[in-house]
Design a protein around this ligand. Structure first.
Ligand SMILES: NC(=O)c1ccc[n+]([C@@H]2O[C@H](COP(=O)([O-])OP(=O)(O)OC[C@H]3O[C@@H](n4cnc5c(N)ncnc54)[C@H](O)[C@@H]3O)[C@@H](O)[C@H]2O)c1
Length: 338
């Protein structure tokens, strides 16, 4: 089955391509390199031996997007990763985020409907839950007011998918990721964003390798085990596997609901200080960090209850924070000598 990956040269999209190829899917990608440089395609080729075709098209461009479908009338599934994702930037440039993330989605949905696509998987985020009242967060946890324009694009996008796809034969799954991190075990592929990373794990590895002099832990006075904020870090290859399983679930279960959503985390909250300790333990590197004030907008803790994905998608994440740190570190070392 041919699957179109939007944002296929980005971080999660490229790792998912590997998992899909290993599961026997045929894959093509569309990515305009706004937050990637195409090096992921070389990594994918090294790992799988397959050359992936990428259309360098901005998904807001209606005319150019049509070309992908006219050249590939056999696309049956779409996994829609393409979006801008920097929370802070979305506060500064909300119009850019609404324009890019919403108009890309509308265009890809329009093409999905017109081209009889069967399966649609959307990259959503735990940001849709805002700051939850109860932990762990399951899918019945109420969606709260978004904390940023980025988070709002995810809430609106989920709603758009539901409204648009309910009167079609397209089956859709929204995957709500917690905190994706880590790299492919081969160290041929990892996170290489065009913009400076804002997530904890790449900041840790960049500090350890000397790209940053030091790093800050924002807040040690939260009501948590050690005072630092808790997140649910999920290894990117476990996340990739969930996309393959979501597609396989839709293909196998002809009675599956037309629209569904799943949390993807490993169900274990890790504090920032525990994450740093895990890094130091598995790599033997000492990190230069200091404690500073809480960052506005950061929530104290969030982690997932992923029972629904486990039961329905048969998904079982296998890697923990130490695997994340080790693979991210191996990747950091390799990409600095490339
Ligand atoms: N990484 C995370 O922490 C995280 C967490 C939750 C949800 N998500 C979501 O997962 C998806 C993938 O995230 P990622 O970490 O791989 O990000 P990424 O930036 O590495 O990948 C996204 C890719 O989409 C491309 N893109 C963006 N806008 C485009 C457009 N208009 N046309 C064509 N290509 C476009 C970018 O060039 C980039 O390569 C995004 O939707 C993101 O919001 C990410």
């Amino acid at each position: 089955m041919k699957v179109l990956i939007t944002g296929g040269t980005g971080y999660i999209g490229s790792h998912t391509i590997i998992d899909l190829i290993n599961a026997g899917f045929e894959v093509i990608s569309v990515d305009n390199y706004i937050n990637s440089d195409g090096s992921a395609l070389q990594g994918i080729e090294k790992i799988t031996g397959k050359k992936i075709k990428n259309y360098n098209i901005d998904l807001r461009d209606k005319e150019k997007t049509k070309i992908i479908f006219s050249e590939n009338p056999d696309i049956e599934g779409i996994i829609h990763f393409a979006a801008l994702k920097a929370v802070g930037e979305s506060v500064e440039k909300p119009l850019l985020y609404f324009d890019n993330n919403i108009n890309s989605l509308l265009n890809i949905l329009d093409n999905s409907v017109k081209n009889n696509i069967k399966y649609f998987v959307f990259s959503s985020s735990c940001t849709v839950y805002g700051s939850p009242d109860k932990l762990p967060v399951d899918e019945n946890t109420p969606v709260k007011d978004a904390e940023s324009p980025y988070g709002r694009t995810k809430q609106i996008s989920e709603q758009i998918c539901k409204d648009v796809l309910q009167n079609t034969n397209i089956k859709a799954i929204m995957l709500r990721y917690f905190n994706p991190a880590g790299a492919h075990e081969s160290a041929f592929l990892g996170e290489s964003p065009a913009l400076p990373p804002l997530n904890l794990v790449p900041i840790i590895t960049e500090t350890a390798i000397g790209k940053r002099k030091s790093m800050q832990v924002f807040g040690d006075d939260y009501d948590t085990r050690d005072g630092s904020a808790i997140r649910d870090y999920i290894h990117v290859m476990d996340l990739a596997d969930a996309h393959t399983k979501a597609l396989q679930y839709l293909i196998k279960n002809t009675n599956a609901p037309g629209y569904d959503f799943f949390n993807l985390g490993i169900g274990q909250g890790v504090t920032v200080l525990e994450a740093i300790n895990a890094f130091e333990k598995v790599t033997g590197q000492k990190l230069n960090y200091s404690i500073s004030k809480r960052r506005p907008g950061d929530i104290p803790a969030i982690y997932a209850d992923y029972t629904k994905a486990k039961k329905m998608l048969n998904w079982n994440p296998k890697r923990n924070i130490e695997d994340i740190m080790l693979t991210a570190w191996e990747w950091e070392k390799v990409r600095n000598i490339q």
